[in-house]
Ligand binder design. Structure first.
Ligand code: 4AD
Ligand code: MG
Length: 444
């Protein structure tokens, strides 16, 4: 007897194998029981035919409730009509061993509200949609490391307990650090600016914390972000790196997660277009386009949401409408300095604008990357720290980097959950993290 996983089933056609898994669903037709069994790598239909198994095996199969754990043995048959994921194979059952008959399962095929499902998240992740999304997530994370590791970036761990703010003071999670205030990291970027002085090109990849006090479908309070940082790199060079990086992530998912994207009913033809170059527009142009859209809008409610003046940051209705004009992700460059973080390099000759670029995903998914060229001049940076009323003593080391071999440098942060939501085509990013943390949710 050999134990296999469903993902490897094709290689075992005609053989007798054992699967270790759980009953996902069942259909009974008198002498035939069709058991949909999942093992974490896929779902396969297992057919129990009364005439072909001992009586006690048929009876045991009949006792299996949804999510019962079971070891099931049978012969692998290729059948293009067989349902399942990836499908195309079924198991002609010869034996089975019940590990546990599960209690009545709280998640039934009927529609449940999201809050109910979130309370049962520890079980909900077994449902095929959630399973598919989280498999895509794992591939996104692998593709991220793969591309960076093969393009000369060194992975660096940056601290999670930090003394100061980097992305604004309004979203800090404060903790008690032996009687002193400390904060959970909003970004590893500042440390990576030190790391590039030692290694040239680096990235950090880990959980990031922001006390987001509003409920939106794009914000978590704990999310994963990858942050590459590059020495001797200006904004134009940065965008080329970003588009190649994002394209690699999408292409890897298309290649390796076709079955999961099918479960999600994702229109993959739109993802196939994610080949560089991606369009680039300035913030000025984006505002002009949004003004035109607002003028043309006939629905007064939508019109009000689209209203914008030069200097305003974009809200999600702005990003949604803007990205509908493009088939690929679009870079918006040169945001107003006032709406961006303190460390961004001023635009030459236009200090009211900074050398920033956000990458907005198409189909209304919005910002997946925030990036910029960084201030490399000591005095300009010091001035900005003062302007933002940040405590200079916390940034002494960061200012030092501008004294000992400063150079132009740039970097960006890509949010894993937003990227997965876009690739999977899910409305809300809560489904892209196994155990999401949000305002009003810290359970399970
Ligand atoms: O634009 P942000 O705030 O940029 C930074 O943190 C920079 N330090 C990155 C860098 O240049 N090294 O965040 C970057 C990305 C966003 O584009 C978004 O994808 C994601 O992180 N993000 C969030 N994702 C989920 N929930 C939140 N609350 C998020 N905030 C940002
Ligand atoms: Mg941003």
């Amino acid at each position: 007897m050999i134990i296999i996983r469903i993902q490897d089933i094709a290689a075992h056609t005609g053989e007798t194998v054992t699967l270790q898994g759980w009953l996902y669903a069942r259909t009974d037709k008198g002498k035939l029981q069709f058991l949909q069994v999942r093992d974490g790598t896929g779902i396969v239909q297992c057919v129990v035919f009364k005439k072909e198994v001992p009586e006690e095996v048929f009876a045991a199969a009949a006792r299996l409730t949804q999510e019962s754990s079971v070891e099931i043995t049978g012969t692998v048959r290729a059948d293009p009509r067989a349902p399942g994921t990836p499908g195309g194979f079924e198991l002609g059952v010869s034996d089975l061993k019940i590990v546990q008959v599960a209690n009545e399962y709280p998640i039934s095929p009927k529609e449940h509200g999201v809050e109910f499902l979130m309370d049962w998240r520890h079980l909900w992740i077994r449902s095929s949609r959630q399973w598919a999304i989280l498999r895509v997530r794992a591939t996104v994370m692998r593709a991220i490391r793969e591309w960076l590791d093969t393009n000369g970036f060194l992975e660096m761990s940056t601290p999670i307990i930090t003394p100061s703010a980097a992305e604004g003071t309004s979203t800090l999670f404060e903790i008690d650090y032996f009687g002193e205030s400390a904060y959970l990291a909003q970004t590893g970027q500042l440390y990576n600016e030190a790391n590039i002085g030692a290694f040239g090109r680096v990235y950090c990849f880990g959980p990031t914390f922001r006390a987001e006090k509003s409920k939106t479908r794009r914000h978590l309070t704990e999310f994963w972000m990858v942050e590459p940082e590059i020495a001797y790199c200006d904004l134009d060079q940065l965008l080329v790196i970003e588009e190649n990086f994002v394209s690699h992530i999408v292409q890897t998912c298309l290649r390796e997660r076709a079955a999961e994207l099918k479960v999600l009913e994702r229109d993959t033809s739109v993802l196939e277009k994610m080949i560089p170059p991606f369009p680039r527009i300035s913030y000025d142009e984006a505002v002009a386009r949004l003004k035109t859209l607002a003028e043309q809008e006939t629905d007064p409610e939508k019109k009000a949401l689209l209203k914008i003046e030069w200097g305003d940051d974009f809200g999600s209705p702005h990003e949604t409408e803007l990205t509908k004009q493009f088939e690929k992700p679009v870079f918006v460059t040169g945001y107003p300095t006032a709406v961006k973080a303190f460390y961004m390099e001023p635009w030459p000759g236009r200090p009211e604008v900074c050398k920033s670029a956000d990458l907005l995903a198409p189909e209304g998914y919005g910002e997946i990357i925030g990036g910029s060229e960084r201030i490399s001049d000591h005095d300009t940076l010091l001035q900005r720290i003062h302007d933002h009323k940040l405590p200079v003593e916390h940034y002494k080391w960061y200012l030092d980097l501008r004294k000992y071999g400063t150079a132009p440098h740039s970097g960006f942060g890509l949010g894993v959950e937003r990227t997965v939501a876009w690739i999977c085509g899910t409305e809300h990013i809560r489904e892209t993290n196994p155990f999401p943390r949000m305002l009003q949710r810290n359970y399970p």
